[in-house]
Design a protein around this ligand. Structure first.
Ligand code: AHR
Length: 511
């Protein structure tokens, strides 16, 4: 056993909130090979009767993603949804400006909704508030959700889709604070437009859940004034404000990279405080919830993407944003998931951006198989075992400083208690890169619980990657510790992702 000690207490009394399963959402944009060659590839040996890749679908289903944001992203800000409905052979090809690609519109609303159904997910639809506005959002809503007897619902029926798609969650544009966004707006302009669009959409159905664009990252100069101004206009009309954040490792060491969840934590707290400031100012009774609808690691592909976008002719489904993730990226993804769970009281939706081929946990070979990146596994574990009530860790462990962060805890952890299944799952990352830790997990409040399994993901090589041929980074069974009188004592390996499951029954492993 190593010298270093860490201890955490978990009790039902320290509940953060019931986890909204929609925090395990994801995102598919018409970008690179996410749609074409990712989820949809007629002619591929794995293609089903609708042209969807079965191998991709299998990996997606295992992740149990409840909601998938679509069709963008930057793409949505100049998207004409009408291009993607009706007979596929009659659909136009468009110059897609956001990612400088050729868009054939072979996957539109109907195809995507069908794919989501197969994946067991709901569509989270984004509307174009870049080059379009209120009336187009309303037309799209009518096409998607109205049963029939009106212009757009009848058009859908004419296209052979009798049943409406009944889409509940809608994003009011994408990253409208960003200068790169087609139809970018200032906070006043966007706040007014978001509110007008939301009001009109709720005239049709007050039960819709609407997400206003927050900042594109905590690093935006306009953050958090953007949120304050947008919400001054839209507080009453919307239900969520979005957060987007990607982290990269640029000229820094691993310790600094793995400390970036301190920034994420600060981001979430600041957005929540800004919402509460507007709530107080407007004497509102409503508490605004957060939708962290783009989050991930993203940096490996940056240079190649620049080159493809600047120096190549318009291409159909070019390989863009294809980050090949490492083991240390998977540790940060695990840390980001822990951070989301620690804020389950305010973060009610979140989307791992993205799902297939584009900064994604799942990759596909054009003529070969689909495979899982190292980042796939922490998501798989948390999505499968992180349903229930998130419990606040009462943690004591050592801390360290990195280039940009001070007092970084060596260990990060959170637990989720599933009352129905009588199970408690502890997620933990040891971000100490040199030493393992003697870990004591106090679960004395969970009488009769025993250890079901302790999984870990470790690697001597922080830069280890997977490929279609090599699964170098995979979870495995850890050497189990001992559970005595409610105290579980084990070793957490240096630089490790851990999933420790306790329960009354011997439920078999889902993930
Ligand atoms: O997910 C990739 C891109 O990142 C999205 O299109 C955009 O919203 C964000 O900047």
């Amino acid at each position: 056993m190593s010298e270093k000690k860490a201890k955490v207490i978990y009790s039902r009394d320290y509940a953060i909130a019931a986890v909204d399963e929609r925090i395990y959402g994801s995102f598919i944009e018409h970008l690179g090979r996410a749609v074409y060659g990712g989820i949809f590839q007629p002619g591929h040996p794995q293609a089903d009767e609708d042209g969807f890749r079965r191998d991709t679908l299998r990996l997606v289903k295992d992740l149990r993603v409840p909601v998938i944001r679509w069709p963008g992203g930057n793409f949505v800000s100049n998207y004409f949804w009408e291009d993607g409905v009706g007979p596929p052979e009659q659909r136009p090809r468009r110059l897609e400006l956001a990612w400088r690609s050729m868009e054939p519109n072979l996957v539109g609303i109907d195809e995507f909704a069908r794919w989501c159904k197969k994946a067991g997910a709901e569509v989270m639809m984004a509307v174009n508030l870049g080059t379009r506005g209120v009336s187009d959002a309303l037309n799209l809503l009518e096409y998607c959700n109205h049963p029939g007897g009106s212009k757009y619902s009848d058009l859908r029926i004419f296209h052979g889709k009798k049943e409406p798609y009944s889409i509940k969650t809608w994003c009011l544009g994408n990253e409208m604070d960003g200068g790169w966004q087609i139809g970018h707006k200032n906070a006043e302009e966007y706040g007014r437009l978001a509110c007008q669009t939301a009001r009109a959409m709720k005239m049709y159905d007050p039960g819709l859940e609407l997400v206003a664009c927050g900042s594109s990252s905590a690093g935006m100069r306009s953050f958090p004034a953007w949120e304050a101004t947008v919400l001054e206009h839209a507080y009453d009309c919307v239900d969520y404000v979005s957060l987007h954040q990607y982290y990269g490792k640029r000229g820094e060491d691993t310790a600094n990279f793995l400390a970036k969840t301190m920034d994420m934590e600060h981001f979430i707290k600041t957005v929540a405080s800004t919402c509460d400031y507007v709530k107080a100012k407007q004497r509102s009774k409503k508490t605004m919830m957060l939708s962290f609808d783009e989050w991930n690691v993203w940096y490996h592909s940056n240079q190649a993407d620049d080159d493809t976008m600047k120096n190549r002719p318009w291409q159909f489904a070019p390989a863009l944003l294809e980050d090949h993730y490492t083991f240390e990226d998977a540790l940060l993804v695990g840390l980001m998931l822990i951070t989301l769970l620690k804020h389950a009281d305010r973060v009610r939706m979140a989307c791992l951006a993205q799902l297939v081929n584009v900064i994604a946990p799942i990759m596909t070979e054009p003529d070969g198989a689909a495979w899982a990146q190292p980042t796939y596994y922490p998501f798989l574990h948390v999505s499968n075992y992180g349903r229930g009530v998130a419990l606040r860790p009462v943690l004591s462990c050592e801390k360290h400083d990195t280039r940009d962060y001070t007092d970084v805890s060596d260990l990060e952890t959170v637990a989720v208690y599933d009352e129905e299944g009588e199970a408690l799952t502890v997620f933990a990352v040891n971000r100490d890169l040199k030493e393992g830790a003697d870990f004591t997990c106090d679960i004395r409040g969970f009488e009769g619980f025993r250890l079901l399994e302790h999984m870990e993901m470790v690697s001597e090589d922080l830069t280890a990657r997977n490929s279609a041929k090599a699964r170098n980074v995979m979870p495995s069974r850890a050497k189990p510790g001992e559970l005595r009188q409610g105290l579980y004592r084990c070793r957490l390996a240096k630089a490790s992702w851990n999933v420790i499951r306790f329960g009354k029954t011997s439920v078999s492993s889902r993930a």
